[in-house]
Design a protein around this ligand. Structure first.
Ligand code: 4AD
Ligand code: MG
Length: 431
């Protein structure tokens, strides 16, 4: 008798099959018993009649508790009323692993408790739906760049130069070479790769010792960072809107049941099509002041400002050309207004805030060197990076999209820590 997966049961109507999985719920009238089993591909109800099963199977049923693992054998029956369209008339149960006092019951638990039990919490329907949305987002990213002719370049996690800012680095001792830093970004390395391969991207974990405990910050998060030779800031934003629309459309198309499980209103997602509106930082500050924010020119937008501004639009919005003081050293000085740089953030709607940071890169050797010195960084650590401006410098741009923020937005999650299987936060390293 073949072991089959619950997702394939429809193809086996009338046959006797064995399923292996975990118990969701059990209930019994004394004569008839019901068991909902899930196996990771779906769930199905098994029905046992006391008269028709052996004493051993009836006793095995009685001993089952939530999340016990079990092999369930029975005949597959059409059942239009059940979610998967089928039911199992059980003939035998073989207990595999007991589950006494499973900590997560169907009743409500607090968030702290659930995150302490994250390794078990992952088994619930909502968490599985989030995992599948994330998986779809990541696959869509890889497919998009593959189709568009980008080459994937894996960049180092241990680095000798600060990628973004000195304030939130994780450092570790590195043999005789002093400190190594966990990568905040792969960008500097994909810039080198762009001069070799034209259109490239990296996709991996990045690390920031963020002191902030907001619902938008993790200390370890995944970021995808494309970099394109000869793209200016305008082309960079066009790439972003095409990319983000593609990802959202893929999830809408292929993850309908997960979005339904998450009770995600898909109407705002359906509107995510290119082009996205654009507003300069300077105009954004003026607009925010009209809307009641006390932001002044020169300050970075805070989370509340982002929410307030994004509410003005029905799809993601680009805010471009920020003051150079609030942005990283590598951004290209804006020739039209040297107080600003040729960068953009992309703000998601519905209060999710910045999902992308991108920019055209400073391609002029002496200007870049001056910025490095100005920021108190060690030019020696950036010698190789400055070489890119010495040997065939080129206009180039790229961006970084944060996976957890994107998943939180698309899945409609209240906090990004649910968007990754095992979140790392300032006060969380377990499990
Ligand atoms: O804006 P950021 O810092 O940009 C960079 O790192 C550039 N090097 C990217 C590039 O141009 N190649 O980060 C990019 C994105 C943010 O928009 C956000 O989505 C995410 O990374 N991000 C975080 N996500 C979760 N937790 C944090 N602490 C994050 N910091 C940034
Ligand atoms: Mg940013």
């Amino acid at each position: 008798m073949a072991a089959v997966q619950i997702s394939e049961l429809r193809k086996h109507v009338g046959e006797t099959v064995t399923l292996r999985g975990w118990v969701v719920t059990t209930r019994s009238s004394g004569k008839i018993a019901f068991l909902v089993l899930r196996d990771g591909t779906g769930s199905v109800q098994g029905v046992l009649s006391r008269k028709e099963v052996s004493e051993a199977t009836w006793a095995a049923f009685g001993a089952l508790t939530q999340e016990a693992s079990v092999a369930m054998t029975g005949t597959v029956r059409d059942d239009p009323r059940s979610p998967g369209g089928v039911e199992l008339s059980v003939t035998a149960l073989e207990p595999l692993g007991a589950s006494p006092d499973y900590p997560i019951s169907p009743k409500e638990h607090g968030t702290t408790f659930l995150f302490e039990h994250r390794h078990l919490w992952l088994r619930t329907g909502r968490q599985a739906a989030i995992a599948r949305v994330r998986h779809e987002v990541e696959q869509a990213i890889r497919d998009y760049f593959y189709q568009e002719g980008f080459t994937l370049v894996d960049t180092p996690i241990l680095t000798g130069a600060i990628g973004e800012e000195a304030g939130n680095l994780f450092a570790t001792d590195y043999f005789d070479l002093g400190k190594a830093y966990l990568a905040q970004t792969g960008q500097l390395y994909v810039e080198a790769a762009a001069a070799a391969l034209g259109k490239v991207y990296c996709f991996g974990p990045t690390f920031r010792a963020e002191k902030s405990k907001t619902r938008r910050h993790l200390t370890e998060f995944w970021m995808v960072e494309p970099e394109v030779a000869f793209n200016d800031s305008d082309a960079n934003m066009r790439l972003q809107e095409s990319f983000v629309s593609y990802i959202v459309a893929r999830v809408l198309e292929r993850r309908k049941s997960e979005l339904a499980e998450l009770e995600r209103d898909t109407a705002p997602l359906e509107r995510v099509t290119a082009p996205f509106p654009r507003i300069s930082y300077t105009d954004a500050v003026a607009r925010l002041n009209q809307l009641g924010s006390d932001i002044t020119w020169g300050r970075d937008l805070g989370g509340d400002d982002e929410t307030l501004l994004a509410r003005e639009y029905d799809r993601p919005v680009f805010v471009h050309d920020y003051p150079k003081e609030v942005k990283a050293f590598y951004m290209k000085r804006n020739p039209a207004d040297p107080r600003t740089v040729l960068n953009n953030d992309c703000l998601a709607p519905e209060g999710y805030g910045e999902i992308i940071g991108g920019s055209q890169r400073e391609d002029e050797h002496d200007t870049l060197l001056a910025r490095i010195v100005e920021q108190g960084l060690d030019p020696e650590a950036y010698r190789w990076y400055l070489d890119l401006r010495k040997y065939g410098t080129f206009v180039h741009s790229g961006f970084g999209l944060g996976i957890e923020r994107t998943v939180a937005w698309i899945a409609g999650l209240p906090h990004i820590r649910e968007a990754i299987a095992f979140p790392r936060q300032i006060h969380r390293l377990y499990p």
